[in-house]
Design a protein. Structure first.
Length: 317
């Protein structure tokens, strides 16, 4: 379990170690987000893992700092538990001079640094902390940018609803239809983040290769292999170029390896798992009809096992 100090350190250093991704092919989405925010509307960016939602939220933050320097903006970039989300909101609100701790007077707050306040903030119950964050946000015109909000527990739903009511919010998520998140997004303007087109992906490769040259013996086929392997996902393109730049040279075998990986990634075994579940279920049904006790056991174990595997793959996907 992380200590408070370790969690604070992770928050401060997580963005430092991330490799930057060139902002390519998202100008129209960025314009749409800006238009909604200028109208005071909530925005929900949604799309698969690695599709580039974080890059868009970072551009939104950069734009706000340049064009709206007086606006109070809080940007939380990491996925975390709801309690840690509230703690980090409290920390950012304290940085803006807005956090009202229920057990610390405003006079004492002015004399304390966050490390001292953090210990007493983490000691609060979820109800006390949630109330403090909502009270601190109320009427202050804060814009919240919450990246990677993918799952919401029923017990956290009401608090998140109150937070949304008291700030303009940008939320990014992999699943806008998640059962506990979907009701909260009813007031949000949905903005889908698609994969990059081929031309956009090649523009991104050009930008990355200018910073991290890849010593390829066949640049044209290397770029095509990266495109095929990445499927237009910006994070995959970035990682492939980064790995290639660390090689002494990238020959045809390396390029063929990328093409092979693309084929493997493109093949889903989920349908096969479902077929196995159905087959074992039928086996069990038939065995029950003919009185085959061993068949009933094998069919039951097989359908249960592959059913669990399918559910696990679905959750991980």
């Amino acid at each position: 379990m992380e200590t408070a100090a370790e969690d604070d350190e992770r928050e401060e250093t997580s963005s430092t170690h991330a490799r930057p991704t060139p902002f390519v092919g998202r100008e129209e989405i960025l314009t749409t987000v800006k238009e909604h925010l200028l109208k005071g509307q909530h925005v929900c960016l949604y799309g698969d893992r690695g599709i580039g939602k974080s890059a868009i939220t970072e551009e939104v933050v950069r734009w706000l700092k340049e064009e709206k320097p007086g606006l109070r903006v809080i940007h939380l970039a990491d996925e975390m538990t709801f309690k840690n989300l509230l703690v980090q909101l409290a920390r950012e609100l304290h940085g803006l001079g807005l956090f009202r701790h229920p057990l610390i007077s405003s006079e004492e707050m002015a004399t304390l640094g966050w490390p001292q306040i953090s210990k007493r903030t983490r000691a609060l119950t979820l109800h006390e902390l949630g109330s403090a964050v909502v009270t601190s946000l109320r009427g202050e015109g804060v814009l919240l940018i919450l990246d990677s909000v993918n799952k919401v527990k029923p017990t956290d739903q009401a608090w998140l609803q109150d937070i949304i009511k008291n700030a303009v919010c940008v939320i990014s998520t992999r699943d806008k239809d998640e059962k506990n998140l979907k009701p909260l997004l009813a007031r949000f303007e949905p903005v889908k983040v698609p994969t990059l087109s081929r031309s956009e992906a090649y523009d991104m490769m050009d930008a990355l290769l200018a910073e991290h040259p890849v010593p390829s013996t066949d640049p044209k086929h290397y770029r095509k292999a990266v495109w095929d392997a990445s499927k237009g996902y910006p994070n995959a393109i970035r990682d492939l170029i980064w790995k290639g730049s660390l090689e002494k040279y990238v020959d045809k075998d390396h390029i063929r390896g990328l093409a092979h990986d693309a084929g493997v990634k493109g093949f889903s075994i989920a349908p096969g798992i479902l077929i196995l579940v159905a087959a074992f279920s039928i086996w069990r049904y038939v065995a029950r009809g003919v009185g085959d006790q061993d068949g009933i056991i094998i069919g039951g174990i097989g359908s249960a096992l592959f059913g669990v595997i399918w559910l696990f793959m679905r959750r991980m996907g």
